[in-house]
Design a protein around this ligand. Structure first.
Ligand code: ARG
Length: 467
């Protein structure tokens, strides 16, 4: 069907090589969205059933025509679901594909479905419904990811690891505490998702082309039937607004950024040099040439998908930024960006949930690393403040000298003999050794939100109650 004018028009010799015929075919190719908006078939049919039902209820079409329309639409739904529907590019988009098929199935009554409606409010409706469902799915997936982190955090509330700043060993923390940092991040992502659902929960149908309609429609009725809180308030805004899609992409970009930071940490942690975690076979691959390797490909791909999601966000912001109100065909380019980002985000969350649940945590390696790099130096300074009454700045200086001495001797702080420490400051006693271990360091940090196991358990309980 798409090529039926091949013989009557020849393609332009300079630039038409890939087109079946002349400008008509090019127009069809640039104009058609059916290749991607067929994904909206279920939302389109749902919207049309609600619209036709309302039209009949308001006496705008007859009950008989409404019955035919609804029956025909349900037939089309099962045709598409079972793969027995032929999509036509000449019919441009999902809306016209469905309507044309309806005409074939039920005859002239099909022509009454588009009363008091335009493709402008129709596409706004279909797309909103799709994004709403995707947000609901994202919410659930984030809940699953948070649950995976809570389990690991509980298991490792006491496992010490080095905490980093600048990727330099800073102070000992617990792996449970580190896991709970991600719970906070994904918890914020989920809150953004919930907020976005609230934002988009308004029904666009009935805005018509842009100005509303003279037919006595009931937009509250369709809003309710389609599960929206209420109808949108301004018909011009309704058909020109794609904030809901941009919000979805922003949320996806922020969540993607979080997932990518986690991916980066997993890549680092799983190197033989760190050896903090070992990925399961299910989430790693071998090298075709180096038999010893176990590569964190899934983590790397999560990191890369974030770039793709960011691209989609920037693309849609750029598509929308110069558009006068109300609808312009530019807006048709919204869908592929959102579909692609949604697929990437789902995959990234699923991969990270699996990776976190499956990975083996090497607590011995973490603990050994936690003690290196003079990670308890702050604890020595704090001890000097607390037990010897030094101002923190002086204590910091004294500790710096102790670290320099340990460094020159090639040993840990806790391995310096008391005589060495006392040469640096006479008030140091052997009690100081009690705070130089990583366990003591971690246990002491009981401030609200801190890394002490007791505090981490309190954080876990907080999130368990909310997950
Ligand atoms: N396929 C179009 C889109 O995705 C549907 C709306 C078309 N409206 C119009 N006035 N041409 O945006």
């Amino acid at each position: 069907m798409a090529d039926d004018n091949t013989d009557t028009k020849s393609s332009n010799q300079m630039w038409g090589g890939r087109f079946a015929s002349g400008p008509d075919a090019i127009m069809e190719e640039i104009n058609a969205s059916i290749g991607f908006d067929k994904k909206l078939f279920a939302q389109d049919i749902r919207g049309s059933i609600a619209h036709a039902t309302m039209l009949a209820h308001q006496g705008i079409i007859s009950a008989d025509d409404k019955d035919k329309i609804v029956h025909g639409l349900n037939t089309i739904l099962s045709e598409i679901e079972s793969g027995n529907f032929e999509f036509s590019r000449q019919l441009e988009d999902i809306h016209m594909n469905v309507e044309a098929r309806l005409a074939t199935l039920i005859g002239p009554a099909a022509g009454r479905l588009h009363t008091a409606r335009s493709r402008n409010d129709q596409v706004a409706l279909d797309f909103r419904l799709w994004v709403k469902e995707e947000l609901e799915k994202t919410e659930q997936m984030l809940t699953g990811l948070i649950a995976a982190f809570l389990d690991r955090a509980e298991e490792h509330a006491e496992s010490v690891m080095p905490g980093f700043t600048h990727l330099q060993t800073a102070q000992p923390v617990t792996f449970g505490h580190h896991c709970m940092a991600y719970v906070e991040m994904f918890g914020r992502d989920r809150a953004r998702v919930r907020h976005a659902i609230e934002h988009l929960d308004e029904s666009p149908i009935g805005a018509a082309a842009l100005a509303g309609t003279g037919y006595p429609i009931d937009r509250h009725m369709t809003a309710k039937a389609l599960g929206f809180r209420e109808p949108t308030r301004n018909s011009i805004d309704t058909v020109s607004d794609r904030d809901f899609a941009i919000e979805f992409l922003s949320i996806a970009a922020i969540a993607g950024m979080h997932l990518s930071r986690l991916a980066e940490e997993i890549v680092i942690w799983s190197t033989p040099q760190f050896g903090f975690v070992r990925l399961s076979d299910a989430f790693s691959t071998g090298s075709s040439i180096m038999p010893q390797k176990k590569n964190p490909d899934a983590a790397e791909l999560v990191r890369a998908k974030t770039g793709r999601i960011n691209g989609s966000l920037v693309a849609l912001l750029t598509i929308m930024k110069g558009l006068p109100l109300a609808y312009s065909k530019d807006m048709q380019e919204d869908k592929e960006q959102v579909f692609d980002a949604a697929e990437s985000l789902e995959l990234a969350i699923a991969a990270m949930t699996g990776m976190m649940r499956d990975m083996t945590v090497n607590t011995a390696r973490m603990k050994a690393a936690a003690g290196s790099g003079y990670s308890t130096a702050t604890d020595l300074a704090d001890w000097l403040v607390r037990e010897a009454g030094l101002p923190f700045r002086d204590a910091h200086h004294v500790t710096g000298r102790a670290v320099a001495l340990a460094e020159s001797k090639g040993c840990d702080l806790a391995e310096l003999p008391l005589s060495d420490l006392q040469a640096i400051h006479p008030d140091i006693t052997d009690k100081v050794y009690g705070v130089l271990t990583v366990e003591a360091s971690v246990a002491s940090r009981k401030s609200f939100g801190g890394t002490a196991p007791s505090e981490v358990r309190r954080q876990i309980a907080f999130w368990r109650a909310r997950n």
